[in-house]
Write a protein that binds this ligand. Structure first.
Ligand SMILES: NC(=O)c1ccc[n+]([C@@H]2O[C@H](COP(=O)([O-])OP(=O)(O)OC[C@H]3O[C@@H](n4cnc5c(N)ncnc54)[C@H](OP(=O)(O)O)[C@@H]3O)[C@@H](O)[C@H]2O)c1
Length: 490
């Protein structure tokens, strides 16, 4: 049973960029669902803010359309929708000018939690922080929620941290990595630290290697301009995959508390070895011609409108963590667009038993713990058993599978979307699932030399086919080590 519906005290939440794509697809639906779950106490107020000249009535009509489009069954309940819209307000505001700020300040209620969601282009983050301060809105009770990307390299991330720190204390800054809000990602901590079974084996003595895959079937879509400047390394590796790596590899924190967890994650990032150039593969998807299965699709360069682009839409790399727990255990990370299936999964591959009493004909077997983040969230433990029947002592690997939806059944209810959980955490002031400034900087400090190396060597990504598992060189990254990637399965 999801027991997160304890009401949050009345709050003021302002969404800068309240008419944008992220607000439409994620933030507003998440707020509506938490409202329907009874989580907002009487008096909660949600204020959209953007430059568009609109009154509160116009914004409510906009929000109603957005929610009906999400096909949320509860959006069809006019009473529920009407009550939610009763909490919604709008102020036309310009992050870079003076318009609207006095009006926004007048709408805030004293003595209650106040959160400002920066769902605008990153170059406006500094302006918003500055204006909030100027207009007396950056009080101790205020929290700011900052979307990704947080900087595009170490220097810009440092600058942004310094700008935000001018007006806000670190405890007021919530840097979003929505992967951390996913149910299964938190389950990762529950599995590791809530069971006696795994932790004693969670080290280089028993783990052969770990694979983290985040595969997408979509292309860059309408984000071509941003993506071509970022690439897979900045868009996915520096944040989502590194965060997953931290949670898989970190030492047990003394308690499940924001700084205890983030201290341990930071230690992992700081212990990462620099990545060797021959341990990285970059790829870029080709166009798919007419007549190929699935129909024609533009290639990466066409999609971003840059015929000479050297930006990667795929990256695979091997890294090591130089500490006692993980010395000698490779971590293989890969992510890409337009791949064969949408799948985010962490595979912990255990070592083979030191000696097989069953002889060579029993074959080679090893346990695997597979943690599926999406779709089909769940955990599978592959164990070796005797093949049933009279054929002698033949061994096979079978899955002990726990798909959350099946295992927990209808009683589990719908797991909240990452944004639902993260927004509630912001309103409660809980930073455990948000990145701390030093973590983000440490991640960039590890990523920057990789990008600098590509630039200095003039490297061009390898082509790969739409619907494949990525460039063939990525397979070699594994086969060279006598290993192979697990399949990318939906
Ligand atoms: N969309 C996603 O899936 C996604 C995913 C991850 C992260 N993000 C991040 O989320 C943020 C928002 O992205 P988005 O896709 O929602 O962008 P978007 O669709 O371009 O929306 C931008 C919003 O900002 C408002 N805005 C623009 N200039 C403004 C100004 N000077 N003052 C006040 N408001 C202004 C726009 O409304 P007006 O033009 O009317 O002002 C609009 O509401 C970005 O940081 C992005 O990197 C987005």
């Amino acid at each position: 049973m999801y027991s997160g519906a304890i009401p949050v005290d009345p709050f003021d939440l302002v969404i800068f960029g309240g008419t944008g794509d992220l607000a439409r697809r994620k933030i507003l639906p998440a707020l509506f669902r938490r409202f329907c779950a009874g989580q907002f106490a009487e008096g909660a107020r949600i204020t959209g803010a953007a430059r568009a000249g609109m009154d509160a009535e116009g914004y409510r009509a906009f929000v109603a359309d957005v929610l009906r489009d999400t096909a949320d069954p509860q959006a069809g309940d006019d009473t529920m929708l009407g009550r939610f819209l009763g909490t919604v307000d709008y102020v036309a505001i310009d992050a870079t000018g003076e318009n609207g700020w006095a009006e926004l300040a007048a709408r805030m209620t004293e003595d209650r939690a106040r959160a400002f969601f920066f769902s605008v282009r990153p170059r406006l983050f500094g302006d918003l922080a500055e204006r909030l301060h100027q207009h007396g809105l950056a009080s101790d009770r205020a929290r700011i929620v900052v979307e990704k990307p947080f900087g595009h390299d170490l220097a810009s991330a440092r600058d942004l941290n310094a700008t935000l720190a001018t007006h806000f204390h670190e405890s007021q800054i919530f840097r979003i990595d929505h992967y951390l809000g996913k149910e299964t990602v938190q389950n990762l901590m529950a599995v590791r630290f809530g069971n006696m079974l795994f932790e004693p084996l969670w080290n280089s003595q028993y783990v052969d290697h770990i694979q983290i895959t985040v595969a997408e079937t979509v292309g860059v879509g309408g984000r071509g301009d941003y993506y071509d400047r970022a690439g897979a390394i900045r868009d996915m590796m520096q944040n989502h995959l590194m965060q997953l790596l931290c949670l898989i590899a970190m030492e047990p924190p003394a308690k499940f508390d924001p700084d205890a967890v983030r201290d341990e994650k930071l230690k992992v990032i700081r212990a990462l070895d620099p990545v060797q150039p021959h341990h990285i593969v970059r790829g870029q998807y080709n166009a798919r011609p007419e007549g190929a299965g699935g129909g024609a699709l533009p290639g990466y360069r066409e999609e971003v409108g840059n015929p000479r682009s050297k930006t990667e839409s795929y990256i695979a790399l091997r890294t090591h963590i130089s500490n006692w727990r993980w010395a000698g255990t490779p971590f293989y990370l890969r992510t890409g667009k337009r791949l064969v299936a949408r799948s985010s999964v962490i595979n912990v591959m255990f070592k083979e038993t030191p000696h097989s009493i069953f002889g060579q004909e029993a074959g080679r077997h090893a346990n695997l713990l597979s943690i599926r983040l999406q779709p089909n969230e769940g955990i599978t433990l592959q164990v070796t058993i005797k093949e049933p029947g009279p054929g002698g002592m033949r061994l096979i690997d079978v899955p002990l599978d726990m798909t959350f939806a099946e295992a927990l059944g209808p009683a589990s209810g719908r797991a909240p979307d990452a944004y639902e959980r993260l927004i509630v955490d912001v309103l409660r002031g809980n930073q455990t699932l948000f990145m701390r400034g030093d973590e983000v900087e440490a991640a960039w400090a590890w990523i920057d030399p990789i990008i600098a190396g590509w630039t200095s060597r003039g490297e061009v990504p390898k082509p790969y086919d739409i619907g494949s598992t990525g460039p063939s060189d990525a397979e070699q990254l594994m086969t060279r080590d006598d290993r192979k990637w697990r399949g990318i399965n939906p």
